[in-house]
Design a protein around this ligand. Structure first.
Ligand SMILES: C[S@@+](CC[C@H](N)C(=O)[O-])C[C@H]1O[C@@H](n2cnc3c(N)ncnc32)[C@H](O)[C@@H]1O
Length: 261
């Protein structure tokens, strides 16, 4: 789908968000399109270590920039020709976090650039027939009734999928993408291609306040970008200066001092 959207055989720079684990997206796409290079982003050191090992195994270290962090840690702008977000969205709790990662991706794509999004398209508990069918499949593959019940219990607690396909489309729209085209579906998964709106990320996709972050760690290319600025300087009128034991930038309901405000 990505080659069809970008034009096969052309050079392209692909943002791979949530690339940890096997870096499967990079390994697969790199073999099909020798002109593509990748920026692989994931905040989990353990998952990224696995990805780095796999990329080295496949001789892809030179074609892949590794960023240990989130998409928000990449410079803003629109340098990427395309992006993937595979198997990630349903692991982010709540709509706000889902919106934020999609919006962060949109802000780093060229106008009209495609995103491949893949992940759950239903809340598990909302689809009892499909859950039962999934159980049947495990059963047919040799799982006992107890093992099926245990697996089902685990997945019911382990993820927060969008409620519906319409919810996926709404998240994409609010983050600055056009209407998605679904090109794959299984019992619970879907895969979509959506393009960044040519006019850019709309006001509806305005940035939400950022959490204090540890900052990204990059391997291989240049120095790490600066950490989020501490709230230093002069206190605004009415707030006392930093108190002993101040733990800025943690926020408090009742400010103790300026950096804690
Ligand atoms: C189930 S794995 C999928 C990995 C890979 N995309 C695949 O399909 O094999 C989900 C990955 O998303 C990563 N992840 C979680 N939160 C993330 C975020 N905010 N930004 C980017 N990646 C994130 C996790 O660390 C994990 O490596």
């Amino acid at each position: 789908m990505l080659a069809a959207a970008l034009g096969s055989g052309r050079p392209a720079h692909i943002l791979v968000a949530g690339a940890g684990g096997g870096a499967k997206e990079v390994v697969t796409a790199a073999a099909l399109e020798p002109g593509w290079r990748f920026t692989a982003v994931d905040p989990s050191p353990a998952m990224m270590d696995l990805a780095v090992a796999r990329l080295a195994e496949h001789g892809l270290a030179d074609r892949t920039e590794i960023v240990l962090g989130t998409v928000d840690d990449l410079p803003a702008g629109a340098p990427f020709d395309a992006a993937t977000l595979i198997g990630v969205l349903h692991h982010l709790p709540g709509d706000a976090a889902k919106h934020d990662i999609l919006r962060a991706i949109a802000r780093r794509l060229k106008p009209g650039a495609p995103l491949i999004l893949a992940g759950n398209r239903h809340a598990y508990a909302s689809q009892p027939l499909m859950l039962a069918a999934w159980g049947e499949r495990w059963h047919q593959q040799g799982a006992s009734a107890d093992a099926v019940a245990a697996k089902r219990g685990k997945i019911l607690q382990g993820a927060d999928p969008p409620q519906s396909e319409a919810a996926v489309a709404a998240l994409l729209r609010s983050a600055g993408f056009g209407a998605p085209t679904r090109f794959f579906a299984s019992l619970f998964w879907g895969a979509w291609l959506a393009r960044r709106e040519p006019s850019g990320v709309s006001a509806a996709a305005a940035p939400r306040p950022r959490r204090p972050a540890a900052g990204p760690r990059r391997r291989g290319r240049g120095p790490a970008p600066p950490r989020p600025a501490d709230r230093r300087g002069s206190p605004p009128a009415g707030l006392p200066p930093p108190a002993a034991g101040c733990r800025a930038p943690r926020r408090r309901a009742v400010p103790r001092c300026w950096p804690c405000a």
